[in-house]
Design a protein around this ligand. Structure first.
Ligand SMILES: [Fe+2]
Ligand SMILES: [Fe+2]
Length: 142
């Protein structure tokens, strides 16, 4: 499904992680609903969210010495490169590309949450690690 709607099927039973994934879905829903004139601004919001989201998961991965940290970070980095490239092209007029990306991000999250993030959540729970949001939302517009 490509429409950005939170479902409990996405829950990984780590509250701070679910919180950040709900924020991903809400930010993506705003991007999907954006009129043409606001598409680039909503892509900027998506990039800001994603940078914080991925930085937060890196903090947790380092704290619990998550073995496949590099694999997980590489997957994050690829998404950020694509987001920034599509943002640049959308700003240059290719709005259709931005809309394509907006559709593909939900299946991406579903797959990523079920695989890499799920593995991280399992180790967080096994270690009894108290994952908290720490990278902060201050300084972000909106
Ligand atoms: Fe995540
Ligand atoms: Fe992740």
């Amino acid at each position: 499904m490509s429409q950005a709607i939170w479902s409990d099927a996405l829950s990984l039973n780590v509250a701070a992680m679910d919180d950040i994934h709900q924020e991903f879905v809400a930010t993506l829903a705003a991007l999907q609903a954006a009129p043409d004139g606001e598409l680039v601004a909503r892509l900027d919001d998506m990039i800001a969210h994603t940078e914080e989201h991925f930085a937060q998961e890196s903090v947790w991965m380092k704290a619990i010495q998550f073995p496949p940290i590099h694999c997980h970070e590489e997957e994050h980095d690829k998404v950020l490169v694509i987001l920034k490239d599509v943002r640049r092209r959308a700003a240059a007029g290719d709005l259709a590309l931005g809309r394509n990306l907006a559709r593909e991000l939900m299946p991406w999250l579903e797959h990523h949450a079920a695989t890499m993030d799920n593995m991280l959540a399992q180790i967080i729970r096994q270690n009894g690690y108290e994952a908290q949001r720490s990278t902060g939302t201050e300084g972000r517009p909106g």
